[in-house]
Write a protein that binds this ligand. Sequence first.
Ligand SMILES: [Cu+2]
Length: 162
Amino acid sequence: MMKPSSQFVFAVLLTAGAFFAAVSDARAHEIKIGKLVIHHPWIRQPIGAADVASAYTTIDNTGSTNDVLIKITIENVPTVQIHEMMMQGDVMKMTEMAKGLMIPAGKSVELKPKTSHIMLMGIKSAYMLGEQVKGTMEFAKAGKVDVDFEVVEPGAETPMKH
Ligand SMILES: [Cu+2]
């Protein structure tokens, strides 16, 4: 049984049902596996020739037991990690969440710009805006599922167009 430690506190943003109603969009896609619902995974398009980018999603756990996102793969990306942002003195640093990202029972975890993110390193292809990039997410309990990440403009704060 994994106990939430302080390293999860910053990453885990608990949101109310109203939030989902507000951001739901015809373009949004969601993937279900077991008791988990993965909302609209997206990649911020790398700037220029950069081979790093970040990706985001929101994951709901509708079940009564905690789960942990332990591994992510993305096509043409050799290294994919889950990062959290933390203040060290005056400097915001990012570190890998080596034990994975806790998805507590009955809660939602949101990865969004300036907080926790999925970090893509060594990207080997130019991602076009709107492209769907294949990947997988693996959870400790729910298992492994295929997911598509939508490529969104570099400055985007959300995947949605308004
Ligand atoms: Cu990072």
